[in-house]
Design a protein around this ligand. Sequence first.
Ligand SMILES: [Zn+2]
Length: 165
Amino acid sequence: MLETSLLGLRSGCVSVNSWRTAPGRQIPPGLANETMAQCQFKKRKGENCRANARIGKTLCVFHDPDKAGDVQRARRAGGISRNRRAVVLPPETPDFPLRNSREVSDLLGISANLVLRGQLDPRIATAVGYLTNIQLRALEQGPAQERMAKIEAALEAIEKQKKGS
Ligand SMILES: [Zn+2]
């Protein structure tokens, strides 16, 4: 009910009265006896609020004091993700070392649990996932590069032996 009113207002205050009088429009039986008046609220510049008044009332959902709480809650719910500061761990949290895949895996487990408890912003956890993925690849590359260096040294030694004999 409230969501419908909010949507109506966002999409440019489509008045129910103009909707009713549109050519070929059938009025649903439930609405036939309801009269939808314009909200009587006067804005600061003296113009009327363009939203429809609540059924049987003279004010819309935004200006009816009875509905003020609902509107505030809906606004808060809608704006919460934009205005809320990211939930992060406190600055004194010790470093997670991430020296091996085990330690990386530990951090991922902790992050997941913090997100599930609402103690870490999912966006931060996404960043953790991205960075740990890079760290895992770096950890894999280290040993691989060492092995490659050993193989190259061994090949060089073989070449030298060949030349010497
Ligand atoms: Zn109004």
